[in-house]
Design a protein around this ligand. Sequence first.
Ligand code: SF4
Ligand code: ZN
Ligand code: ZN
Length: 313
Amino acid sequence: MLKKGTRCTICKSKNLKDKAVVFLPHHRLALCKEHFINWFENRVEKTIKEFKMFSKEDKILVAVSGGKDSLSLWNALIKLGYQADGLYIDLGIGEYSKDSKEISLSFGERIRRKLHIVTLEKEIGTIPQINSSANKPACSACGSVKRYYMNKKAKELGYSTIVTGHNLDDEVAVLFGNTLSWDIDYLKRQYPVLKEENGFIKKVKPLCKTTEKESALYAVFSNIEYIEYECPFSQGASSIRYKEIWSQIEQQSPGSKLRFYLGFLKKVYPLLNQENQDTKAIKQCILCKEPSFNDICGICKLKQKLHKAPAKL
Ligand code: SF4
Ligand code: ZN
Ligand code: ZN
């Protein structure tokens, strides 16, 4: 909690009198608006360098959803001097997609960067259609479809890297879920950088060390308008329950999330990825030529299924 009248830690060190508006307990920092913005951008820059994510010469593509994380990240990358364009995937989820698309488009205009749009309705079918016709849970289909089109479009458009806005809370929730079920295949791939290989483009997460609250504050202080309500399919998702559990842990013991996540990256991830481990062979889908574990990839199979049983809208 920020006590009334607390001075900004940085301003104080420079003999300035600005009052703090944010307190970051796990960093023991009280900051004014200006120094919080600098702190956030420095943290993003340091994470990019620490994990060798990309350089200022690379053409990178930010996966934009219209939410606080992706828009804050895109804004910070542009301010830091990176060549970052955006990719918005229109999932066709009623008002939610309509509002988030409008917000993303107007933000692209504000920062004068290109926003590419993929419309699922034209490519394969909307998420509600997939949900009802293909009998697949919305979020699991949505995750696979988004990953597929991000990879495909980034390659077609000539970008070297896909940048996503996953924050520390997202990473901790996923790590926690995968640990509860000891899902080794997923744990093996939970790293802030996935290198380019076997038809997959490089994928990185520069917000992996910043929290959801920090990106929301950065968005507010930077006057970024973002979609404030959740996707209707997110209700009841296990990741939301895990986030609630972790916010209680964090409240009682500030810094726990970061320790849990960084401890995994340092101590467990290397053990899971020792060289002599079996990895499933990756082939090329015979229909779309995208990487796949089988002759026909999951998305082409889904397309066939949707084609056979057209959705009732
Ligand atoms: Fe997709 Fe589920 Fe997220 Fe909605 S909540 S955007 S359906 S993954
Ligand atoms: Zn200050
Ligand atoms: Zn395919």
